[in-house]
Design a binder for this molecule. Structure first.
Ligand code: NAD
Length: 283
């Protein structure tokens, strides 16, 4: 039987609607949540992401500000722009669109964002919160992927979860979140031997590799929840890391690309921004 589709459009609409209601309430108390995105250079993919983030803000009633900086921007100029936003009470969330041009130090820039305004959840303070299971800002993509996994209604505790990819923004935080759900988690990466041996055990399989068609049907356990984080372009078409048509015949649940995790990432960014604005109201 073909897998059930975990529809990012439907699930992200739920979150956006919930955020819209929260924004409405905050506005009634005189606070409009504000998200600022710093875009350095003119990477076309980043342009699309930034535009979609702006659209999401508009739909949910938030203030959106894009700070465009030349690709020749210096580290000092970038950090000064971050500092300005840190001090701006109208801005509750700050996001530096990655990747930055090669001459800029991403980690140093991210470290300058106030942890409470770090709506991407990349600051070391928030990474530490995730590691220790204490309250902090969760990175949007793994948070969105977990929402999709939970939407299946399946029990997660005690299940085998395999994450392919160990990046700081997807693979590692995804593994931590699944661990917090009491899954038995395996993290696979480019040096993993016998990858399929691991993936075939997975009740929950998350692919965050960046290679089109990387996960094939023979790597998937029948009935598994398969979450495809990858975004790849093949002949101008967007596709994920999973061989969708074949894997859907074997999995129990599967996310499409496009229309899957990507939609959730933006919804969680809006949700994190609403959280940040609510925290200022509480203070
Ligand atoms: P990355 O390049 O930082 O990490 C890729 C990971 O894949 C690495 O940890 C590497 O060890 C692993 N890998 C590479 N080759 C492998 C192999 N042969 N076997 C096993 N593991 C292998 O990428 P990232 O930033 O983690 O992103 C991964 C993918 O997810 C990309 O396609 C990216 O565009 C996409 N992405 C999507 C969203 C979204 O919102 N849907 C958000 C972030 C990233």
């Amino acid at each position: 039987m073909a897998a059930k589709i975990l529809d990012g459009k439907v699930l992200s609409a739920e979150i956006r609607e919930e955020v819209r209601k929260r924004v409405e309430k905050m506005k009634a108390c005189g606070v409009t949540p504000g998200l600022a995105v710093i875009l350095v250079g003119d990477d076309p993919a980043s342009e699309i992401y930034v535009r979609n983030k702006g659209k999401g803000c508009e739909e949910t009633g938030m203030l959106s500000r894009t700070i465009r900086m030349e690709s020749s921007t210096t580290q000092e100029q970038l950090e000064a722009a971050i500092q300005q936003l840190n001090e701006d009470p109208a801005i509750h969330g700050i996001l530096v669109q990655l990747p930055l041009p090669g001459h800029l130090d991403e980690n140093a820039a991210l470290a300058k964002i106030l942890p409470e305004k770090d709506v991407d959840g990349f600051h070391l303070v928030n990474a530490g919160h995730l590691m220790t299971g204490t309250e902090g800002v969760l990175p949007c993509t793994p948070k969105g992927a977990l929402y999709m996994i939970k939407s299946t209604g399946e029990t997660l505790s005690g299940r085998e979860a395999v994450v392919i990819g160990r990046s700081n923004i997807v693979g590692k935080p995804m593994a931590m979140l699944l661990l917090q759900e009491n899954c038995t988690v395996t993290v696979c990466h480019s040096r993993t031997k016998d990858l399929a041996e691991h993936t075939r055990r997975a009740d929950i399989l998350v692919a965050a590799v960046g290679k089109a068609g990387f996960v094939t049907a023979d790597m998937v356990k029948p009935g598994a929840i398969v979450i495809d984080v990858g975004i790849n372009r093949v002949d101008g078409k967007v596709c994920g890391d999973v061989d969708f048509e074949k894997v859907r015949e074997k999995a129990g649940w599967i996310t499409p690309v496009p229309g899957g995790v990507g939609k959730m990432t933006i919804a969680m960014l809006l949700s994190n921004t609403a959280d940040a604005a609510e925290r200022t109201l509480e203070r």
